[in-house]
Design a protein around this ligand. Sequence first.
Ligand code: HEM
Length: 411
Amino acid sequence: MKLSRRDFFGAAGVGAAGVVALGAGGVAAGRAAAADDPAAAGGAGGVVPFHGDHQAGIVTPAQDRLHFVAFDVTTTDRSALVRMLQAWTEAARRMTRGEDAGPIGAVAGDEYAPPDDTGEALGLPPAGLTITIGFGPTLFRTADGVDRFGLADRQPAELVELPAFAGEELRPEISGGDICVQACADDPQVAVHAVRNLARIGQGVVGVCWSQLGFGRTSSTTSDQATPRNLFGFKDGTANLKSDQPQALDRFVWVSGTGTWMDGGSYLVSRRIRMLVEVWDRQNLRDQQDTVGRTKGSGAPIGRTGEFDPVDPATLPATSHVALAHPSSSGTAILRRGYSFVDGSDGLGRLDAGLFFLCYQSDPSTGFVQVQRNLRTDKMNEYVKHTSSGVFACPPGLTGDDDWWGSGLFA
Ligand code: HEM
């Protein structure tokens, strides 16, 4: 008998609501009990539709957990890469519905064959899982210009390595990558399960280059989400671009009008930013607030009372983070979607903690790069260190069951 994760729930009597298909951006009730809780919409338990104009996981209400992975392609065979991307898409489609990665499942197959799902998500709800894919510049051309898969003439002009920034200490072994996958969910095990199964399916075609776990979203991507706090203890995401600002998203986040495979897509920049929390924790409250440009309690701009009161950079300390990052100073906007991390300690009595900063934009040079350049005098630079960097072209959403990640790119 074949038993999928869905059957497993049914058999166990955990819940049988089934998956309801919704349009792009909507959230359907999943089959697990947690999904029936309206407070869980877009969060614990729910199914986020996999198909739509744009990939899920960008303006989707930010889930609480992240597993981000960068792969290097190890084959030279273009058709093997295409087949893997098709297999990945099918597995991702299933896993975001809360099913096993493969049609047989973790426990129902031949006893003498490896299962087509690794099993650690059995019994878990879909948990709002989104799986978002992006292609790095090195997929198109090696550093010395070799066209690896006949894709060189498909490389968008916007997809180039980021320039160097003052003060960064990038570690090459945790930077870059040919393909990235951002798995977000409200259950860390569901996100890890998704990445692990894609890595398993990709064996022989791709290898994991580096990966990062994240907890505690540090942004809101919809207006009805409460603003979370980052590891400096400040509300983060207050002035983020939000899913209910379609005009701003069209202007700053989605690629359009290029007539290329990227229309409807977006560019992702990833930065692992170590936060020197022990140094930060010795600063007085006033200094911390002057560094951010907002008050620590309410999140209001300094001199104002409400979190969402308008920001006027001229009234804030000139070197505060918000004064410099605000659109009226930087001349642009980005959609932030990062997560906190604590990767143990550094052997010197300090936490290896920080923010895994993720942001989406229609062009990295007028998005992240422009803001980051404007932050060169940011007082916050005393407390942060960028240690990893990546830039990826995330294609548009999938049109339906026959579509696959890379269909436009490889067409
Ligand atoms: C560890 C590093 C960082 C920390 C702790 C941090 C923290 C914050 C906080 C607390 C806010 C105010 C709340 C909000 O409006 O969201 C903020 C705003 C913002 N940050 Fe950061 N941030 C970091 C890195 C970055 C980087 C690398 C960029 C982009 C290059 C960036 C871009 C922005 C932008 C655009 C805003 C909104 C400014 C506004 O419109 O008022 N941040 N950040």
